[in-house]
Design a protein around this ligand. Sequence first.
Ligand code: SF4
Length: 298
Amino acid sequence: MAQVTFEEIQCKSALNRVNVPAMPDMRWSLNPYRGCQHACVYCFARGNHEYLGYNTGRDFDQRIIVKTNLVEVLRRELRRSSWRRERVTIGTACDPYQPAELKYGLTRGALQAFRDHASPCSLITKSPTIVRDLPILRELSTVAECTVLFSIATLREEVWRHIEPETAKPLHRLEAMAKLVEAGVRCGVMLAPIIPGLTDDTENLESVVQAAQEHGAAFVGDNVLYLKPGTKEWFMPFLRETYPHLLPQYERFYRGAYAPRRYTEEVRAAVHQLRERVGLTPRDEQPRQPVGQLQLAL
Ligand code: SF4
């Protein structure tokens, strides 16, 4: 197990406005931690660590910034009369249930705050640790929209071990999702990233979509690997070391950050077909349950 350092800081704000034209539905984000102990080789958030003066490789995995006053600041922000109760996405730059959560409980505190203020949120994770917060998620789901996404790229353990070395097995994530669904929490799967030459074959895509459906996912999103600065410098040496036969393809595909459009369209069309076959939608767009009578504890 890697040696991890926690750097405790005080944040000025908990809610961050998101302004990404490609994601018009995402208006606000919240990240209790910066850096991520899950150490996925492809992690899109690696570049952010550079702004903090750290490197995007081992520092990202092992030097974790902890916003210790996050819950207090969040509660203050949710109390503002100007807060419109827009949906907040938790975990856009870290996994909110990485091991640090067991020590600090900031994600748990944030969920309690969203519940107490009947404010909608969604959360993305790779960790079954989320099950310990099931009672809070259940309560939150009765007063506001709440969606949990489980990120799953593959069910193949020999690939998982290489690309997501410090995460729970994909099957354990699915089992955690099934428990949440059974308790009435809306869940989906993000089939991402789809990694060219490694997880983009029909057999792999089908196995994830099928397993998502069998474990109660309401929808399956998808995304193809992109390699922005900060990630690319970490991912390419990994590829050279672990899957050298894929290097020529990646040198062609990733001259920039994104795979060729034609490839992306083909692979996403394949996922779309698989999804339709099992009756799932690509996004969290099914009709929602009416939200119960609000019991606010402000
Ligand atoms: S779990 Fe998510 S945030 Fe954490 S390293 Fe993996 S991809 Fe990055």
